[in-house]
Design a protein around this ligand. Structure first.
Ligand code: PEP
Length: 249
């Protein structure tokens, strides 16, 4: 059985007053039936870890550098995230791929760096609208999986997030058949590459305009083991119904 995961990505949102949302989140779900993760901005990680102490709520980074130290102004290493108390890190979010020109190779190296520090990497993949309209979705997914994942990983240190780029922050959601097709395909690819044991156990999240109002139907799709949520993770009244829907799925 794969334990479900409700993950929130706050992106470049939140100053210290946002910690009240984390506190409210832990109080709303004192003994959650699913894993919970929030990835706040790097400036809030240490304080978020303190706020989430003694609760199952995990705190993660939104990106890490592939190197442990060095002359990389503005970057953060996996070792630094670990030191700040993070347990997870997103790698390959489409906004990093687009805004910072991150290639599959860079993302693979960042994922390796996360693993080397004992962090759980949430590796993000997904097609653009142009790629979907050209009927290239599965080829793009196959390429990103092949390029962004290291040859050696475990079901404990790796989570995949399928996030169609055109669904992120747009309010547009693929049909449940489209989500199911891609998640089943990812599962097959993981089993082929890593064997039935690991490939069957890696969690696959869906991300892209998940809300309380569509969470039930998304979580009923095969091989959807949770969600990576952007906008709706910022406020407890929006994120909490998604967590509850996942608990009931
Ligand atoms: C995301 O940024 O990973 C995301 C899924 O955003 P949103 O939920 O706002 O579409």
């Amino acid at each position: 059985m794969r334990r479900k995961l409700a993950a929130g990505n706050w992106k470049m949102n939140g100053t210290s007053d946002a910690l009240a949302q984390l506190d409210a989140l832990r109080k709303a779900h004192p003994t959650p039936g699913v894993d919970m993760l929030i990835c706040p901005p790097a400036t809030l990680i240490s304080a978020a870890v303190v706020t989430a102490a003694d609760h199952a709520l995990a705190i993660g980074g939104q990106d890490c550098h592939m190197n442990e130290t060095g002359a990389h102004t503005g970057d953060i290493s996996a070792a630094m995230l670990k030191d700040a108390g993070a347990s997870h890190v997103l790698t390959g979010h489409s906004e990093r791929r687009t805004d910072h020109g991150e290639s599959d190779e860079m993302i693979r190296n960042k994922t390796k760096a996360a693993h080397a520090q004992g962090l759980i990497a949430v590796v993000c993949i997904g097609e653009t609208l142009k790629e979907r309209e050209a009927a290239n979705t599965l080829d793009i997914i196959a390429g990103q999986l092949a390029g962004s994942l290291p040859d050696v990983l475990t079901a404990e240190n790796t989570v995949i997030a399928y996030e169609p780029v055109w669904a992120i922050g747009t309010g547009k959601v693929p049909t449940m058949n489209q989500i199911g097709e891609v998640h089943d395909y990812i599962r097959t690819k993981l089993e082929q590459r890593y064997g039935a044991g690991v490939g069957t156990s890696i969690r696959i999240l869906y991300g892209g305009s998940v809300k309380g109002s569509n969470a039930d139907e998304i979580f009923a799709v095969s091989n959807v083991d949770g969600a990576l949520v952007g906008g709706a993770s910022l406020r407890v009244e929006d994120f909490s119904p998604i967590i509850t829907a996942l608990e009931n799925a």
